[in-house]
Design a protein around this ligand. Structure first.
Ligand code: FRU
Length: 462
């Protein structure tokens, strides 16, 4: 252990314990979503299961609720709903990761965790830090018990990447396939085009770049947090592209992959993963037969924000199971959420019902409907246009959020809304379209009013 790691290992728990009381007194503290102990959170990292324990890591800035140098925070769970905080796994404490232990992924072999991540290094000097001055290194950390770090090393430096790229090459997602290991890396070319590099390895340590995945026409300047996985016989490439036209400042979605991504292949039509305000950088993992995906319920560089007076900011989404419908992905909360359903309330058409702040609402609309939550957020569906709009009617709850919409492929016949103390996740038509947002209602029970149809509201009890 080096001296910096030794000191950070003392400092982070100290900062966490000093801030805990204030953080826990926040009425908007989430109940079943992953959130930082104190400070800042962004992308989910290193998702995996070992035995019956799920491990979720996240981009963590313990010293500053508005950002800071990134660590890997760590939580574990048996049911993807109750989360236990663990000590930080990765600190920015080596020359190859000293300005941030950036996003990455996990593979598990014989009980050992292999954590691949980007070591971010900003060299001192007058640089733009895009084309010059930045190291984005592929690093590998290992842990035999899933809690303590055993080793850390740098596997690839910028000099090892193909030519024609800027310094922005990051977010390794590693997986095993056909007896070999593969890694996808997000990249920004010197022409400011986003793409994904595909790497291959026989031993998890030595990597060769074997392919580049991109669109024939430019599609944004950078593709962050790639994920490549097979679902029900079709491969999908998920990315968070920056510099595309969409409702949010950055996009987040997926392409179906036609052909073999190791060689000749093309990317199909890009689809947005989520139409709300707060969704970015998702990562998935294979959990037995199911594929589970978790996103960051936030958006970098957005012009709306979140309160930080209690010393923390941001959370992850509820874990969602992905299923395939042709070239589309459906997202639905994992079954474990329904197991937490407690008291059920009828939601008669037009009547306001008040319930616990954590809820799971189900309805089967047959035409236009409106759902009002906490007298400050509305979801309005227009059957003629098949459009669903999520908008804030109370600015005090919005922190700058205005409205977002989605046009559905089919009439809306299924509505599910998952509420936690400060988030709403709307699932339409069994996960064909999703809208996620943070919101900041007055403390106390949530009030819900559905007009145009009736529904059932289950309180979530933890
Ligand atoms: C996405 C991202 C990643 C990077 C990480 C740094 O939100 O920018 O590309 O690894 O966040 O925190």
């Amino acid at each position: 252990m080096n001296a910096l790691q030794r000191d950070l290992k003392k400092l982070v728990p100290l900062v966490e314990s000093l801030g805990a009381e204030k953080v826990e007194s926040d009425p908007h503290r989430q109940r079943f979503h992953v959130q930082p102990t104190v400070g800042w959170l962004n992308d989910p990292n290193g998702l995996c299961r070992i035995g019956d324990t799920y491990h979720v890591f996240y981009q963590y800035g313990p010293f500053d609720a508005t950002g800071g140098v990134k660590h890997w925070g760590h939580v574990t769970s048996r049911d993807l709903m109750h989360w236990e905080h663990q000590p930080v796994m990765l600190y920015p404490d080596e020359p190859f990761d000293c300005h941030g232990v950036y996003s990455g992924s996990a593979i598990v072999e014989d009980g050992t965790m292999y954590l691949y991540y980007t070591g971010n290094v900003k060299h001192p000097g007058d640089y733009d830090y895009i084309k010059q001055g930045r190291g984005h290194n592929v690093c590998l950390a290992t842990s035999r018990d899933g809690i303590h770090l055993d080793s850390k090393q740098c596997l690839l430096y910028n000099k090892d990447y193909p030519t024609g790229l800027t310094c922005h090459v990051r977010d390794p997602k590693v997986f095993a396939c056909d007896g070999r290991y593969y890694m996808v890396l997000g990249a920004r070319t010197v022409e400011d085009r986003g793409e994904v590099l595909v790497w291959e390895s026989a031993d998890k340590l030595h990597w060769t770049c074997i392919n580049t995945l991109t669109t024939p026409e430019p599609f944004g300047f950078m593709w962050e947090c790639p994920d490549l996985f097979e679902l029900d016989g079709r491969w999908f490439l998920a990315v968070s592209p920056q510099g595309i036209e969409c409702q949010n400042v950055y996009g987040c979605g997926y392409f179906p992959v036609y052909g073999d991504w190791r060689g000749a292949c093309t990317l199909g039509e890009f689809r947005h993963a989520d139409f709300g305000f707060d969704y970015y950088a998702p990562q998935s993992f294979a959990d037995g037969d199911r594929r589970v995906q978790i996103g960051w319920m936030g958006m970098p560089d957005a012009d709306y924000t979140n309160p930080v007076d209690f010393g923390w900011q941001h959370c992850l989404t509820v874990p969602r199971q992905l299923t395939r419908d042709g070239d589309r992905l459906l997202q639905n909360p994992v079954a474990e959420l329904a197991a937490l359903r407690g008291t059920a309330h009828d939601l008669p058409d037009g009547e306001t019902v008040s319930a616990a702040p954590c809820f799971d609402l189900l309805a089967a609309p047959a035409g236009n409907f409106t759902l009002t939550v906490a007298d400050g957020v509305q979801l309005a569906y227009c059957e003629a246009e098949r459009s669903c709009t999520l908008y804030f009617t109370n600015a005090a709850m919005a922190y700058g959020r205005t409205s977002r919409h989605v046009v559905l492929d089919a009439p809306c016949r299924r509505l599910r809304v998952v509420g936690d103390a400060s988030s709403l996740e709307v699932f339409l038509n069994d996960g064909a379209a999703v809208l996620s947002t943070r919101y900041y209602p007055a403390p106390g029970p949530a009030t819900l009013c559905l007009t145009g149809c009736c529904g059932t509201l289950y309180e979530i009890t933890l």
